[in-house]
Design a protein around this ligand. Structure first.
Ligand code: APR
Ligand code: ZN
Length: 369
């Protein structure tokens, strides 16, 4: 089968639209017709070379679609099912899966390391050349093949473009607050970086009943969106020192919880400084591979702070994703508001440009149905 896809051929170059040959799914695999794919900063990390992967490859890890065909041995899915991609395919049987932490499952490590399926081959090709997978999802393509462990079934009543966001940004951001930090009503929260993921940290804090919820960004429009999603105070870091602002809004102490949602060492340090004694700094952003965080352990000890990192919102994916979708149905979780722009696949590089320019919360690629 043929499919158009956005392909990363070389780092620091725009994605190219290629016509690919897509193989039928093999044992345990599923062919999915992609309906929508969010443009997430983690894809940009691959494009910029901050995270490395085997090239050429098809990025895209936040998406939803409809099952087109299943390979031998697949029992959980059938053609026509609406599905969400999870970018950490999990086995469901290991220590981490059985303890509610599927994102820590090692099952999909070979996939991520090699950019190939478990049998060592790829399902994408052009002119006989292999085109690789990224994170076992690769949903910047009309069709993709994934292991069945990398899919969750979606209810039919949730629009696929809205659902797509739950595959990464929403679960990562809301989960950081609810599942990783366990923020309680009345806790003070500061969020540094209010992009596609950070805005979800803000809405997670609002859902948890936190207050104040202090949103920090350098782009005024992001701060406007943060207010709509539940921030009680906003700080433009270009105009005010976030540390001073956060302290003055928390009786000089610093926030109970600070979240870094950019992926920079200097802003992680800023979040740490803005955390009160005994409070918790939560790292959500992905720093470039090989970054080092300078930290004075004596200060950490004397201030008894906790530094916590969260992967995929620390979510128990098969339990928590349906819960988040239910919150959307009930009108308590905002998804429609997060989509600033819908793009055709050919416009995908504009999505990354808009992200860099700060003009979107999320852009989403929608495929013709
Ligand atoms: N202070 C405050 N905000 C900043 C600063 C700064 N010094 N520098 C950048 N920002 C803001 C940007 O204006 C933007 O709103 O950080 C936000 C980053 O958001 P996006 O680019 O939309 O990225 P997002 O998809 O939200 O991902 C954020 O989380 O999952 C990880 O890999 C992802 O590392 C990335 C991070
Ligand atoms: Zn993502």
């Amino acid at each position: 089968m043929r499919a158009r896809a956005a392909v990363l051929t070389e780092v620091k170059k725009p994605l190219e639209i290629w016509d690919l040959d897509v193989d039928l799914p093999k044992e345990g695999e599923v062919l999915v017709r992609v309906a929508a794919a969010g443009v997430c900063h983690s894809d940009l990390h691959y494009i910029q070379g901050d995270l490395t992967t085997v090239l050429p490859a098809v990025p895209g890890h936040e998406g939803a679609g409809i099952v087109e065909a299943v390979g031998p041995g697949v029992t959980r899915f059938q053609p026509g099912d609406h599905v969400l991609f999870v970018f950490r395919a999990f086995c469901g049987r290991c220590f981490y899966c059985l303890n509610g932490r599927p994102a820590l499952c090692d099952f999909s490590n070979p996939l991520r390391r090699t950019g190939r399926m478990f049998d060592g081959t790829t399902r994408f090709h052009r002119d006989g050349q292999d085109v690789h997978h990224i994170l076992g999802v690769s949903c910047f393509a009309e069709y993709t093949v994934v292991p069945e462990q990398g899919l969750l079934k979606l209810p039919d009543d949730i629009p696929l473009d809205r659902a797509a966001l739950v595959g990464c940004g929403v679960t990562t951001g809301v989960g950081a607050v609810l599942f990783a930090a366990g923020v309680q009503p009345g806790d003070s929260v500061a969020v540094i970086g209010c992009g596609g993921v950070g805005l979800n940290v803000v809405q997670g804090a609002a859902l948890a009943g936190a207050g104040p919820v202090i949103a920090v960004d350098v782009v005024p429009q992001k701060l406007e969106w943060a207010k709509q999603l539940g921030a009680t105070h906003v700080v433009n870091a270009r105009e005010h020192d976030p540390l001073d602002a956060i302290r003055s809004l928390t009786e000089g102490r610093g926030a109970d919880y600070t979240f870094e949602v950019i992926g920079r060492v200097d802003t992680i340090q800023q979040a740490y400084e803005a955390t009160r004694k005994g409070g918790t700094t939560v790292i959500v952003g992905l720093t470039p591979q090989g970054s080092v965080l300078p930290l004075d352990p004596l200060d950490l000890l004397r201030a008894e702070k906790t530094i916590k990192a969260t992967l995929y919102g620390t979510a128990n994916l098969p339990r928590d994703i349906p819960r988040l979708l239910e919150l959307y149905r009930l009108g308590r979780l905002k998804l429609d508001e997060l989509i600033s722009r819908r793009l055709r696949l050919e416009q995908i590089n504009e999505g990354f440009e808009a992200m860099l320019a700060g003009s979107v919360a999320r852009s989403i690629v929608v495929f013709d149905s």
